[in-house]
Design a protein around this ligand. Structure first.
Ligand SMILES: *Cc1c(COP(=O)(O)O)cnc(C)c1O
Length: 394
């Protein structure tokens, strides 16, 4: 097919040319004497992304799921009681992972379209007088529904109960795209991956651990080999790895971090907010709504667009792919067919974000949706034109 494919799923995201070039290199010796001069600043800059001074970053050849496994296996023990909540595909997968690891999981079921039930967490933590709960989990950005949760609120709930449980955050589709503050929010474990906000191909599972989490790792009794922190710490401290590192991805990560820090994290967040607002303006112009039930849950990295009764959102995705070479994202599990998703994270600007709106609009019109052609694009154009002077002034 002539022309290019347009990728607007919530990960993997577009890899900027500058990063692609940085990865397109000869293989190299992972024990070269000058490697530490490359790896050590990589950890330091990754800490800036997590906004931590005291935390420690681990980078595994894995995906975000490997990051989950590493966070759990290194800090908890069989039968440990943990508090979790499920309100989408990814938060539920994390629950499943903890159950398979033999933890004693209290999983709160939350309606899809909402996020972490902070008040319920607060009550449960307050009632846990003997401090039996060892860890509290929160998915910051539920990618399947386009819902962002209040992580500072979860920290407040822990503090209000004077509770020592570790705080685990899934930041796979939020870190480097929307506000995240490891130290300020008292997060103990944050998990991320390379193929979303970091604009890289899949292949890195990145974990940030607080001092408290590192301390807890000394008593953890779950088995670990590949993901063992102890082995990483020993070698990472010298600038190396316990096994062969994915050097191309690490070279790419170097440039991704440069790009994010050059733009400035706050500007990156503002840009994501504008991209998201443009998509939401289009959705409103179509007379449709996000799956996220309330504005406070709206995600700045992905929007799940709820389709009208009688339509199949996943048909929009298939149609857009087949006829317009556009990759939107299907809706999964419990809401399969009820929505289609537009990923708006990573290396994006104004004209790029008009593309999935344009393509979705054409696909929906083809499929008989009651929308006016051009309405979503026009609404997004208006929003982007009207906000540029304010937002881009620098
Ligand atoms: C993508 C994603 C994951 C899974 O990450 P993989 O890299 O696919 O293993 C987990 N959680 C969230 C919120 C995600 O968006």
């Amino acid at each position: 097919m002539p022309g290019r494919n347009f990728l607007f799923i919530p990960g993997p995201t577009n890899v900027p040319r500058r990063i692609q070039n940085a990865m397109n290199i000869e293989q190299e010796d992972m024990r070269a004497m000058d490697l530490p001069a490359f790896t050590k600043p990589l950890y330091e800059d990754m800490k800036k992304i997590f906004k931590t001074k005291t935390g420690r970053v681990f980078i595994f050849p894995a995906s975000g799921t490997g990051g989950w496994e590493s966070a759990v296996a290194n800090t908890l023990s069989p039968g440990d009681k943990v508090l979790m909540s499920g309100f989408g595909h990814f938060s539920n997968l994390w629950i499943d992972l903890c159950q398979r690891w033999g933890l004693d999981v209290q999983a709160l079921e939350v309606e899809w379209g909402e996020g972490v039930p902070v008040e319920q967490y607060a009550e449960i933590l307050k009632a846990d007088k003997n401090k039996e709960i060892k860890a509290v989990f929160a998915t910051q950005n539920e990618t399947s529904t386009g819902v962002t949760s209040d992580i500072a609120g979860v920290r407040k709930a822990l503090d209000a109960a004077d509770h020592p449980a570790l705080l685990f955050i899934d930041g796979v589709s939020s870190v480097a795209s929307i506000d995240f503050r490891m130290d300020e929010w008292g997060v103990d474990l944050c998990v991320s991956g390379s193929q979303k906000g970091l604009m890289l191909p899949t292949g890195l599972g990145i974990v940030c651990a607080s001092e408290k989490a590192l301390e807890a790792s000394k008593d953890s009794k779950l088995p670990k080999t590949f993901f063992a922190w102890e082995d990483q710490i020993k070698t990472n401290d010298l600038g190396f790895f316990p096994y062969t590192p994915p050097m191309n991805l690490l070279r790419g990560l170097r440039v991704a971090l440069d790009m994010l820090l050059e733009e400035g994290l706050e500007n990156v967040f503002t840009r994501h907010n504008r991209m998201a607002n443009a998509v939401r303006a289009a959705v409103a112009a179509w007379g449709m709504e996000p799956i996220a039930k309330d504005e406070k849950w709206y995600s700045d990295t992905v929007t799940a667009v709820k389709v009208p009764e009688g339509f199949d959102g996943n048909e929009v995705v298939r149609h857009a792919y087949k006829h317009y070479n556009l990759a939107l994202s299907i809706s999964l599990a419990k809401i399969a067919g009820q929505a289609f998703r537009i990923g708006h994270l990573g290396d994006l600007n104004e004209l790029m974000i008009l593309t999935p709106i344009n393509g979705a609009e054409m696909a929906m019109k083809d499929l008989g949706y009651p929308i006016e052609l051009g309405s979503g694009v026009a609404a997004a154009q208006e929003y982007l034109r009207n906000t540029k002077t304010v937002e881009l002034a620098n």
